[in-house]
Design a protein around this ligand. Structure first.
Ligand code: HEC
Length: 153
């Protein structure tokens, strides 16, 4: 028997069914589901402020270490202290990346320096060699450099 309210019941029924289906889909644990880190590469999505990058995951830091070793190490040295093999051939000397001067820069400032370089110095920008994500990985690594608390410059 069809009366006026039948379409309403049907509509409600469909909504409940859809709701249940989607709730089940979203709530049930999926063994292939990997919980994504906050933002890209384990960083909070935005904004990137000083301190936030400490939340970077170990994998990110390790990737950053590899990129550092490939590109930055010849100048900035294996410890990031600015004593790389090429350090004595460039003027001004590569910065000590553990220093207070460098470490007190915000993540965003470091990102800009690493991307665009410092005009008129051997520190060129690396954005054509390193993707945005890779530059953040390098910064995550720079934040872990040992001894950056004691080093003053
Ligand atoms: C060819 C040598 C060279 C390479 C390679 C190089 N740098 Fe530099 N970098 C320098 C020099 C020289 C300076 C210092 C410029 C100055 O004192 O004005 C510097 C400065 C910096 C600074 C700024 C320090 C500050 O706060 O004043 C950062 C950060 C930095 N480098 C990071 C990196 C990273 C990360 C890489 C690798 C992706 C890299 N550099 C590769 C030579 C180099």
């Amino acid at each position: 028997m069809i009366n006026v309210s039948t379409p309403v019941y049907v509509a409600v029924g469909i909504l409940v069914a859809l709701g249940t289906a989607s709730a089940t889909t979203w709530l049930l644990p999926d063994e292939n589901h990997v919980i994504p880190p906050p933002g890209v590469g384990g960083y909070p999505a935005k904004p990137v402020e000083p301190g936030q990058i400490q939340q970077a995951n170990p994998q990110t830091v390790e990737l950053g270490r590899v990129y550092f070793a490939q590109i930055c190490l010849p100048c900035h040295g294996v410890r990031g202290d600015g004593m790389g093999e090429w350090a004595y051939r460039v003027t001004p000397k590569p910065a000590d990346l553990r220093s207070t001067r460098v470490q007190s820069r915000s993540d965003t400032q470091l990102f800009d320096i690493i991307s665009d370089g410092l005009v008129g110095t051997p520190m060129i920008g690396w954005k054509t060699q390193l993707s945005e994500r890779q530059r953040w990985d390098v910064i995550a690594y720079l934040r872990t450099l040992p001894g950056n608390e004691e080093s003053m410059q």
